[in-house]
Design a protein around this ligand. Structure first.
Ligand SMILES: [Zn+2]
Ligand SMILES: [Zn+2]
Ligand SMILES: [Zn+2]
Ligand SMILES: [Zn+2]
Length: 137
């Protein structure tokens, strides 16, 4: 019985769909673009063509499971959308491009009258601790 159950479990893992695979990658990596997703999927022995990865992730954006970010670049990155209030925002170092997260401080009670805030992205640019230390005054 134990063996059978184990085998069933393995089959279930193998059959994980693209969306589940993307979700677990983003849980681990915080954010990734389509090229990174492709590489990581291949590492797991799962190859998909670029357009199905792209279609899948864009569907997740549409379904509000994933957010699109550019972090001030011309690239597109995806991140799981956090719906709880432990939401974080991003600090991007303009020198080394490191992305650090910080706890969100934005207060929706300050919205204009009659407006309903649903969602936001804040990206703050500056120097990280390491770069700030090496910056010439
Ligand atoms: Zn993030
Ligand atoms: Zn978002
Ligand atoms: Zn830096
Ligand atoms: Zn925020």
């Amino acid at each position: 019985m134990g063996i059978l159950r184990n085998r069933l479990h393995k089959t279930a893992v193998k059959k994980r769909n693209l969306k589940d695979l993307i979700t677990s990658i983003l849980e681990e990596k915080h954010y990734a673009g389509v090229p990174e997703l492709m590489t990581l999927l291949e590492k797991q022995g799962r190859s998909f063509n670029k357009s199905s990865v792209y279609r899948s992730i864009e569907k997740m954006v549409e379904d509000q499971q994933v957010c699109r970010h550019s972090f001030g670049t011309d690239k597109v990155y995806y991140e799981l959308r956090h719906t709880d209030h432990h939401h974080h925002d991003h600090f991007v170092c303009r020198q080394c491009d490191k992305i650090q997260t910080f706890e969100c401080q934005l207060d929706y009670s300050k919205m204009p009258k009659g407006y309903t805030a649903e969602h936001h992205h804040v990206t703050i640019f500056g120097l990280c601790d390491v770069c700030a230390k090496h910056a010439t005054p």
